[in-house]
Design a protein around this ligand. Structure first.
Ligand SMILES: Nc1ncnc2c1ncn2[C@@H]1O[C@H](COP(=O)(O)OP(=O)(O)O)[C@@H](O)[C@H]1O
Ligand SMILES: [Mg+2]
Length: 228
């Protein structure tokens, strides 16, 4: 494999358990290399650590042991401030719930990540946001409020928001989990289209038809990841 975009080496994540119980070892030594342009699906039972894994990949959390390297940088060696800078320029997160601000328009919501102190710079952000929204089938919704959109439309806004700082990787945590089948398929089309243009995609999903569209599939179970 060429230089991986994302590499996990023997990653362990334990959570402290309340009441002095033994810590919960959610990830038990995971190693994984993701090349630029890969489309990766992660499946696994509820509680198996999928969200934990995605959060570590994107520097939202730090491993208990092991190393995470993203775009050539060992995340463990970074200060919190440097980590925030890497997150905001290299990573786009999409969650199961869209987390749009209800009082802001679609366009304003998409522009919010450009306000982060480490963002690559607003520059032509409004133009870029409009073009991306158009491509996601939301060209007629720029000035709507989230409450005026369907669930599928709101999730597509969340994807565009994740793209606005031109990240190298999209980390999506069950992004279609709350959508009907048609909306889920439309969202998967948008994600697959972005991947076809070169963005790396890591997608946690329970939807087998969507997982089947990814170039690589992994199952997380009992703290271990296996390629399936
Ligand atoms: N911040 C936390 N503190 C303690 N335990 C946690 C924390 N986050 C997750 N867990 C536990 O870790 C396990 C994996 O959680 P998670 O990564 O959310 O799983 P999944 O996304 O696969 O459903 C669960 O048992 C959960 O209760
Ligand atoms: Mg989860």
């Amino acid at each position: 494999m060429a230089t991986p975009l994302l590499e996990l080496s023997n990653v362990v994540k334990s959570y402290e358990a309340p009441g002095g119980a033994a810590p919960l070892r959610v990830l038990d030594g995971i190693s994984l290399r993701i090349a630029p342009g890969d489309a990766v699906a992660v499946v696994g039972p509820s509680g198996s650590g999928k969200s934990t894994l995605l959060n570590l990949m994107g520097g939202l959390d730090r491993p208990t042991e092991g190393a995470v390297t993203l775009a050539g940088r060992n995340l463990a060696a970074l200060t919190d401030d440097e980590l925030a800078a890497v997150r905001s320029s290299e990573v786009g997160f999409v969650f199961q719930l869209h987390h749009l601000l209800p009082q802001c328009t679609v366009l304003e919501n998409v522009l919010i990540p450009t306000l982060a102190p480490h963002a690559p710079g607003a520059g032509d952000a409004v133009e870029r946001a409009s073009a991306l929204l158009e491509r996601a089938g939301l060209g007629g919704r720029l000035h709507h409020l989230p409450g005026q959109l369907s669930g599928g439309e709101r999730q597509r806004v969340a994807v565009v928001r994740a793209l606005i700082n031109t990240p190298k990787v999209i980390l999506a945590d069950e992004p279609t989990g709350a959508l009907d089948h048609a909306s889920a398929t439309h969202l998967a089309d948008v994600l697959a289209g972005l991947n076809a243009e070169g963005i790396t995609l890591v997608l946690v999903t329970h939807a087998h038809d969507i997982a089947a569209r990814m170039s690589r599939r992994f199952e997380l179970r009992d703290g271990a990841l296996s390629e399936v």
